[in-house]
Design a protein around this ligand. Structure first.
Ligand code: ZN
Length: 361
């Protein structure tokens, strides 16, 4: 199946008018509009071409929880061991749990998400359930597990790091520095990632969460300007989750992250709070930030979902729409005059033409 998309092309090299010729989901030709070699024999779509999306922070484990999240302090919902989330995880059986994870992943694939980074609770068993649920789907799963035993069990940690893509801990407040250093050094010795939540509900000191050196921080909702500059100078990207923060009365200041020059990624956070839809997250991120009077640019938001995370994942070619690259471009049936704004605020599932199958037509 071949398709030509004509209009605007957004990739890691910038935004430009042009066309892409796509075969089996891969770019085989790129050029100026009207210069393609198809002689009109290939289906043509006017719109925007962009790399697949990356959802940089999920907790898909609780996606099967089916009720409105309680209106209370967020700790009562997501903290171990008594929060709503952990009671759900303690009670869910393996088979329906895997099925719920699979449905969530299929939805993400159907909406053009090409990769996600998940903080998976439940130790090694949790990692295995999500890994099993993702088998055979065209999505890159980066699963960061979490060791259960305290004090740490070196056997458990070694097993986790062998099967997971790294470790994602709750926060520096909740784990001693010794534990963090053991986790971080075990991950890094294996070439895997160490990540943690930071300054989500209260401000924490960067002296804590930057040591040992993490590969990714989540939230920084309550971080000061000086804290953010320290994170920027340490060259650590931050994944923000505006909808999940907003449910509990907070907003990360995306305009400030942009102004200070941090590398921002975007995630949808807990499955029990929000659908894992990166498009809803994008629109909310733009609109909620605009409401503060200090807008974030669509350009920065586009980078946070379609471009910068691929570099973090070690797959930079997935963000370059050129013949021979590993990218699986999405086609969006949208006007192409101001494409970044269109992508951020006007994309819904109906306008996405998926890479491999040519889409719903
Ligand atoms: Zn999280």
């Amino acid at each position: 199946m071949e398709t030509i998309v004509e209009g605007s092309i957004i990739d890691v090299d910038g935004e430009a008018p042009g066309y892409l010729r796509i075969r089996e989901g891969r770019v085989i030709e790129r050029g100026q509009i009207g210069a393609d070699s198809s002689h009109g024999r290939v289906r043509r779509i006017k719109g925007i071409a962009i790399p697949s999306a990356v959802n940089a922070h999920t907790h898909l484990g609780d996606v099967g929880f089916g009720r409105e999240p309680p209106v209370t302090a967020v700790e009562n919902v997501i903290a171990a061991p008594d929060g709503v989330k952990f009671r759900y995880l303690a009670g869910v059986r393996a088979r329906p749990h895997r099925a719920a994870l699979r449905r969530a992943l299929q939805r993400m694939v159907g909406e053009g998400t090409g990769a996600f980074v998940d903080f998976r609770e439940q130790g090694l068993e949790g990692v295995r359930r999500l890994r099993a649920a993702s088998v055979g789907l065209p999505i890159t799963a980066r699963i960061l597990g979490r060791p259960l035993a305290r004090p740490l069990s070196s056997e458990e940690l070694a097993g986790l790091v062998a099967e997971a893509d790294g470790i994602g801990i709750s926060s520096a407040r909740e784990e001693s520095r010794v534990i963090r250093e053991t986790i971080s050094s075990t991950c890094h010795a294996a070439g895997k990632s160490y990540a943690l939540h930071a300054s989500e509900v209260i401000r924490e000191s960067p002296d804590e969460y930057l040591h040992p050196h993490p590969d990714l921080l989540i939230h920084l909702t309550c971080a000061s300007e000086e804290d953010l500059m320290a994170v920027r100078d340490a060259k650590i990207p931050v994944a923000v989750c505006p909808r999940s923060n907003a449910l509990y009365g907070r907003l990360p200041d995306l305009g400030r992250l942009e102004r200070l020059g941090l590398t921002m990624l975007l995630g949808t956070d807990n499955g029990l709070l929000n659908a894992p839809s990166i498009w809803r997250e994008l629109e909310f991120a733009y609109v909620s930030q605009r409401l503060t009077g200090h807008p974030v640019t669509p350009h920065y938001l586009v980078r946070s979902v379609f471009l910068d995370p691929w570099a973090w994942l070690g797959l930079p070619g997935a963000a370059r729409l050129q013949p021979g690259s590993s990218a699986r471009p999405l086609i969006l049936r949208l006007p192409s005059e101001d494409p970044e704004y269109q992508v951020v605020t006007r994309t819904s599932e109906r306008v996405i033409v998926l890479p491999a199958d040519g889409g719903p037509g």
